[in-house]
Design a protein around this ligand. Structure first.
Ligand code: ZN
Length: 432
């Protein structure tokens, strides 16, 4: 992805740097050649050259670009599990993913880590975004997922003779788990996404208390993935699933719903980041009926919501790393509504605004393994920046409305927001 050349000065706003530090009033952000040169009070800012590009924050908020820590670019108005897989052909899903990627960037998400996708679309989407062929967040790709046979993601009845290879490798035993990871190595992914447990959303018996992989399978995944320098994460609801994942050497935990003290200790010991993706539970309880969810499933989401909120508070209090995002793309949580996760964490879970913003920026960068260059407005980092009309520290829900974004920058380049130039289709001169 190209970075800007020259100097850009963003002034006339408060600065929230994403580290959890209190906002700096009357701040200035100076960007030089796509990287942050200065972030702090206007009084201490270096003199800008006369040809510097200036962005007026209009008394609003200057903050790091948001990071979606668990995005599914290939989800599109999902209302039942089957929609994740065979609703549309891969050609159409690829186009939808490109639209979702652009939308995420326009919503202020300058980076995203994939929580799994159909076929290998996110790997190629990442390449297209990195080469500036299409707009979108900087991506960490996951490709297809891994689940034990008969588990959450193995939903097609055998009599239909429909394979699941488009979305997930169904494995039986450590040998098949190794085989699946080796296929993913060739696909070019970064994160191996697995299913240690079921979920309240399961239409059958694989609810949130069910295990969907054995420890031996999970351990085989980790050993193979780490050998090839890939990282491993997993959908972990039940306590036993979280424990298995942490003991097997997982590099991140998705959801971490029913986290007991032993799991918390294991999580902290290796500094394993967690992405709760919890807003989905509340929104499923609130809106699921309209989309035909059964009372049993809604009750399961309620239990998950309460357990998950408690776990998040525990992890935050203990100093664990949390990234925000999760599973947007369902009928009742469509793409483009990602920032309601932040409002939910403040209003429902009880996080402070600054803690929530830290999780939604620096926390995501930690999960991506790129905290040294992304996630906060600190000297030397890439200038992935949002300029928001209004006081985000007072009202985090301002981020939910794209109309409040004045500027979305990636590497100092103004990509979206009200101040961005009208976008044109750029034909890359060289497609590698
Ligand atoms: Zn997910």
């Amino acid at each position: 992805m190209k970075t800007a050349t020259g100097t850009t000065l963003i002034s006339n706003g408060q600065l929230i740097d994403g580290t959890g530090a209190p906002p700096v009033p009357k701040a200035v952000l100076v960007i030089k050649d796509g990287h942050i040169q200065y972030a702090g009070p206007a009084a201490g800012a270096p003199a800008a050259p006369p040809d510097a590009q200036c962005i007026d924050a209009r008394g609003g908020t200057i903050m790091p670009g948001l990071i979606e820590a668990h995005i599914h670019l290939t989800y599109f108005n999902v209302t039942e599990l089957q929609d994740l897989d065979i609703k549309f052909p891969v050609e159409y899903v690829t186009l939808q993913s490109a639209v979702n990627a652009r939308l995420a960037l326009e919503c202020g998400y300058t980076s995203a880590r994939s929580g799994g996708c159909l076929h290998n679309i996110d790997v190629w989407m990442k390449k297209a975004i990195e080469e500036d062929m299409i707009p979108g967040p900087r991506l960490s790709a996951s490709g297809r997922e891994i689940c034990g046979a008969g588990g959450l993601m193995d939903w097609n009845p055998d009599y239909r003779r429909i394979g699941m290879e488009g979305i997930v490798f169904i494995v039986n035993g450590p040998e098949q788990a190794r085989t699946a990871v080796r296929k993913l190595v060739k696909d070019g992914i970064e994160w191996v996404k697995t299913y240690p447990t079921g979920d309240a959303a399961s239409p059958n018996i694989n609810d949130h208390h069910t295990l969907c992989m054995t420890f031996e399978e999970m351990h085989a995944v980790v050993a193979t993935a780490h050998n090839h320098n890939l990282k491993v994460t997993g959908h972990c609801r039940a306590t036993e699933g979280i424990r298995n994942a942490l003991k097997a050497g997982y590099d991140a935990i998705e959801h971490g719903t029913f986290m007991d003290d032993e799991c918390l200790e294991l999580l902290l010991k290796r500094n394993v980041p967690m992405c709760p993706g919890l807003g989905f539970e509340l929104f499923s309880v609130q809106r699921g009926k309209d989309f035909g969810l059964s009372q049993r499933v809604i009750d399961g989401h309620q239990e998950t919501l309460e357990g998950g909120a408690e776990s998040c508070r525990k992890v935050l209090k203990a100093g664990g790393a949390i990234g925000l995002g999760g599973d947007y793309g369902f009928g009742w949580t469509p793409h483009g509504t990602y920032a309601q996760e932040l409002t939910f964490f403040v209003n429902y879970v009880g996080f402070s605004v600054l803690d929530t913003l830290k999780c939604a920026t620096l926390g995501g960068a930690k999960i991506m393994g790129r905290a040294h260059e992304l996630g906060s407005l600190e000297k030397g980092k890439l200038a992935d920046v949002l300029v928001v009309n209004g006081d985000v520290a007072k009202n985090i829900s301002l981020l939910e409305d794209r109309a409040n974004l004045l500027a979305v920058l990636q590497g100092g380049v103004l990509k979206a927001g009200k101040l961005a130039p009208r976008t044109e289709v750029i034909i890359p001169s060289l497609i590698r």
